[in-house]
Each structure stands twice: as structure tokens, then as C-alpha cells.
Design a protein around this ligand. Structure first.
Ligand code: GLN
Length: 514
């Protein structure tokens, strides 16, 4: 028996993969085809339903993507999303034009009538809008089923013909109950039974990457953090030796971090890829010499990172793809919601794309939340110490050393930080803070060791609980954990004679020290 299939017709929208993924999550098989695909070919797939995606064009302009009008007479349900909805209305005799008020972002939508498409959706529901044009008047035979103050036709349908138009994007996570709407379309309207079983994210993403990349060359900047590691591992699995990963040791990494990353991705590791580890420690230390202003330090590091990466990329020549570990919260944070790949990449790696000669970006994790990224990493066989890593800032330990940075200070904070993390990691996972690390205060004070006077540094321990990293609270750790760490640190780490615990929430403090 042929499996139930939904076909997504691509009109150039940014979220097309997401639409297909959501449908597959409903246990219905889904494929994406260009809007140029001849109808006969689509028909031969025997789809249970069709979804038109969004797209950058205006449906009423003559050169815009369109489709054979015969598709509306097939009797197969069609759901038009954004551009897709506008195209449907325009082709069937409705009025689409430039909206007096464009809508962008989260928008409260009023759902006017009970329809199977919106079963289980509250009368008011936040939806993600992204349009300049709007449907001023639905096509004959269509009833309006949703609106907003600026958008008279946020949804319309001609149930008898099985045609559904929605202006907003149900596939993105900002649309509340969006998955429910797609579920309703696929089950209530297309009559799917949901017998297909989704491959794991890893399996189908590897397939998608192979299809997209073909025989091309891919370059990936590996930071050793969770996102870039999982991104690299996915690409390694998909295209192997076509991938080159560049990992820059800026001398501001955590203890053993370089060794850990090299062990996994380097020679003799689990992946057959090209891996370059650049020892750029001296370059960074030289640039940072006698610099103590936090913003200056950050800028120097960001800038130098690009220079080092650039030097390596030059040696490789032009590549076809630049891979980035952008994840869904990055997309949201940048406030761009997926509309502009280029601007987001800047957000993610601080300017890299400008300096590297490449054709396109690949961002295989952009639909995932952090916990899903970690899960994918485990499926890919990455070791737990990489997968479970805490967030670590790009400027690294430089912003956990107050004042100027020297190799000696880096060594001190690395040792103390490793001990602190070791002690905290003895606690059950549920009791561990969201982020915990040591920072070197620039304060020196008098102590006594072995009957001798010392004049050494004070280290500060930090442990915070947060869900969004926008605000943070102090994690109430067992006293024994703090005492054990404090005693080990003064005993094992040279040049520290005092251990302080930072009891400041965010705000007023930030999580990092600089
Ligand atoms: N280009 C159309 C508009 O601006 C559709 C946009 C979209 O599909 N996101 O309204």
C-alpha cells in the first residue's frame, strides 16, 4: 500500500523545511517540491493534501510564482500559507494588495468561527505574521474564519472545495497551537490516519544535508560548544571528508577543552573529516596585553578570531557552504524570526560570513531548542562532556578574569574552575545550577601559608539558576560542596589564597563578570 503523503509546494518561503517537519511530526509523510513541478508529477504522487508555502513575492504581480489553476479543481485539500494564501485568493478572484499596515511578528488573531481547521484553538490565539501584502477580499465562495485589527482576512476557507488560506505561519513555534492547526489540516481535512513513523531528527537531517550539499565543500567554525559540535557531527556524518572544521584555541578555553575537542574531531577521533586546530594563543595574548577594559577585551577577541579564521579559510580557498550551529533561540533572539539568513549568521558568529568566500549557509539546527540539540548530539555519539556542556562565552576566560589577561592568570582560573565544576558535578543532575564557574578577581590580599606571608589572588565562585539566562538566581548549594571546593582550590591552585562566593542575582549583576 502506498503511504499517505502531503506535498508542500515551495514558493520561496523561509520556513518550508519547518512546514514539512511539522507535518512529519504528525506522523504523516511529507515532501517538498518546487511550485514549478508539473501538476502531472504531483498528481502521480497521489497526495492526500497540498500545502502552499510563503514567499517573498507579491501574488498580484505578473512575474510572481504561480501555479496551474487546474490544481484547485482536483478535489485534493489545499492549505495556502502566507504567500500561498494570497496566491490562492488572487487566482480565484479575491483581492490581494499592499497592506496599509504591514504585520510582522507575534500578533493576536481572533478566530471567528468553529471550523475543523481550527478545532481546539482558543478564540484568541497568538500567531506569527510576516507580510506586506494582505487579502483585502476573499475569493467568491470563501468565508472569513479569522482576522486581526490590521488584517481583515487572517484566514478564509471554502470547505466545500477543500481550500484553506491562512495569512500567518502555523509552522513556526511562535504561533501558539500552530502544530495543532497543521495536525487538524492533515487529519480532519485531508483524512490522514497518521501511520508513518518519523525518522529521528538525525536520520532525516543527514539525508537533507546530503541532498542540499551534493558534492560541495563545507566549512565549519567549531568552538567546542554544544551547538557547533553537534552541527559539525551532523555534517561529518552527512558529507565526511567534504567537511573542514576549524577550531581556534585562543588560549582562553576551559581546562582540557582543546584536548577534548581534538580527541573527538581530530585525527583518531570518531569522525573522518578534515580538522584544523589552530594554536593562536600567542596571537591573542599579545593583542590582549595590558588591556583591562571589558568592552575592549571583547572587541579584540572577536576581531582576532575573525582574522585567524580568515587566514585558515584563505588557505582552503573558496568553499560552497559555511555551516553554523544557529539554534532556534538564536533565531528568535535576533528578532528576525527566520526571514533573513544573512543577518542571523552575523548574530551567531560575529561577522564571519563577510570574510569567507562561500555560496550559501547551512544551519541544520535552526529549528531546535537546546535540549533537542543535546539529544541529537547523543544520538550522534558525541561524548557526554561535550553534549552536556554549559554555555560558554565566545571571549572565553578573558571575561572571567577581571582586568588584564595573562597566560598565568588564565592557568589559575582554569584550575580553580575545573575544581569547582568537579565538586558541583558530584551533586545529582537535578540539583546542579544552570551555570557554575570560577572567575579571577583582580584583588590580591594577604594570607598565611606554611607560616609564611602570602600576597595572592582571590577567586570568586559563581552558581546560578536560570531558564532563559535573562535573569538568574543564586542556586542554594549544599554548604559542604562549597567548603570542599574552597579547600581544594586554596590547596591545589597556586597563587590563590582566598575563595569568595558571589551571592548576586541577575539583575543587578550579569552572570559573567565582564
Ligand atoms: N510577499 C508576501 C507579503 O509580503 C508574502 C510574504 C510571506 O509569504 N511571508 O505579504
Amino acid at each position: 500500500m502506498q503511504q499517505e503523503t502531503i506535498i508542500v509546494l515551495d514558493f520561496g518561503g523561509q520556513y518550508n523545511q519547518l512546514i514539512a517537519r511539522r507535518v512529519r511530526e504528525c506522523n504523516v509523510y511529507c515532501e517538498i517540491y518546487s511550485y514549478r513541478t508539473p501538476l502531472e508529477k504531483i498528481k502521480a504522487k497521489n497526495p492526500k493534501g497540498i500545502i502552499f508555502t510563503g514567499g517573498p513575492n507579491s501574488a498580484y504581480l505578473p512575474e510572481s510564482p504561480t501555479i496551474d489553476p487546474a490544481i484547485y479543481g482536483w478535489g485534493i485539500p489545499i492549505l495556502g500559507i502566507c504567500y500561498g494564501s494570497q496566491l490562492m485568493m488572487h487566482m480565484l478572484g479575491g483581492k490581494v494588495c499592499k497592506a496599509p499596515e504591514r504585520e510582522y511578528g507575534k500578533t493576536l488573531v481572533d478566530f471567528d468561527s468553529a471550523t475543523p481547521l481550527f478545532a481546539g484553538i482558543p478564540a484568541q490565539n497568538t500567531c506569527w505574521m510576516s507580510h506586506n501584502d494582505y487579502i483585502a477580499q476573499p475569493a467568491p465562495g470563501f468565508a472569513i474564519t479569522a482576522h486581526t485589527p490590521n488584517c481583515p482576512v487572517a484566514a478564509a476557507e471554502d470547505a466545500a472545495r477543500g481550500l484553506y488560506a491562512i495569512q500567518f505561519h502555523p509552522e513556526v513555534l511562535h504561533t501558539q497551537n500552530g502544530t495543532q492547526m497543521l495536525h487538524n489540516f492533515v487529519y480532519n481535512i485531508c483524512g490522514c490516519a497518521g501511520t508513518w513513523k518519523m525518522d529521528s531528527f538525525v536520520e532525516h537531517t543527514v539525508e537533507e544535508l546530503r541532498e542540499k550539499i551534493g558534492g560541495g565543500k563545507v566549512l565549519c567554525a567549531l568552538s567546542g560548544g554544544v551547538d557547533s559540535s553537534v552541527c559539525a557531527a551532523l555534517l561529518a556524518k552527512a558529507v565526511g571528508k567534504q567537511l573542514t572544521c576549524v577550531f581556534v584555541d585562543h588560549g582562553l578555553l576551559r581546562k582540557n577543552e582543546r584536548e577534548q575537542v581534538c580527541a573527538v574531531f581530530g585525527e583518531g577521533g570518531s569522525f573522518d573529516i578534515n580538522f584544523i586546530c589552530v594554536d593562536a594563543r600567542d596571537r591573542f595574548y599579545n593583542k590582549l596585553k595590558e588591556q583591562s577594559a571589558p568592552e575592549t577585551k571583547r572587541k579584540i577577541i572577536g576581531e582576532e578570531f575573525i582574522r585567524v579564521f580568515e587566514d585558515e579559510a584563505k588557505k582552503l580557498g573558496a568553499v560552497d557552504y559555511l555551516a553554523q550551529g544557529t539554534i532556534y533561540p538564536d533565531v528568535v533572539e535576533s528578532g528576525l524570526g527566520g526571514e533573513s539568513a544573512v543577518i542571523k549568521s552575523h548574530h551567531n558568529v560575529g561577522g564571519l560570513p563577510d570574510t569567507v568566500d562561500f555560496k550559501a549557509l547551512v544551519e541544520p539546527l535552526r529549528d531546535l531548542f537546546k535540549d533537542e540539540v543535546r539529544q541529537a548530539g547523543r544520538e550522534l555519539g558525541l561524548p557526554e562532556y561535550l553534549v552536556a556542556r554549559q554555555p560558554f562565552p565566545g571571549p572565553g576566560l578573558a571575561i572571567r578574569i577581571i582586568g588584564d589577561v595573562t597566560p598565568e592568570k588564565v592557568a589559575i582560573v582554569q584550575e580553580a574552575d575545573a575544581i569547582w565544576r568537579e565538586e558541583v558535578d558530584k551533586l545529582p543532575v537535578a540539583e546542579r545550577p544552570s551555570q557554575y564557574f570560577a572567575a579571577l578577581t583582580n584583588m590580591q590580599s594577604v594570607g598565611v601559608m606554611g607560616d609564611e606571608r602570602t600576597y595572592d589572588y582571590a577567586i570568586a565562585l559563581r552558581a546560578v539558576t536560570t531558564t532563559d539566562f535573562m535573569t538568574a538566581e543564586i542556586t542554594p548549594l549544599p554548604q559542604a560542596t562549597i567548603l570542599a571546593a574552597a579547600s581544594r582550590i586554596v590547596n591545589e591552585v597556586k597563587n590563590i589564597n582566598r575563595v569568595l562566593f558571589d551571592y548576586t542575582t541577575k539583575p543587578p549583576a550579569t552572570i559573567e563578570f565582564e
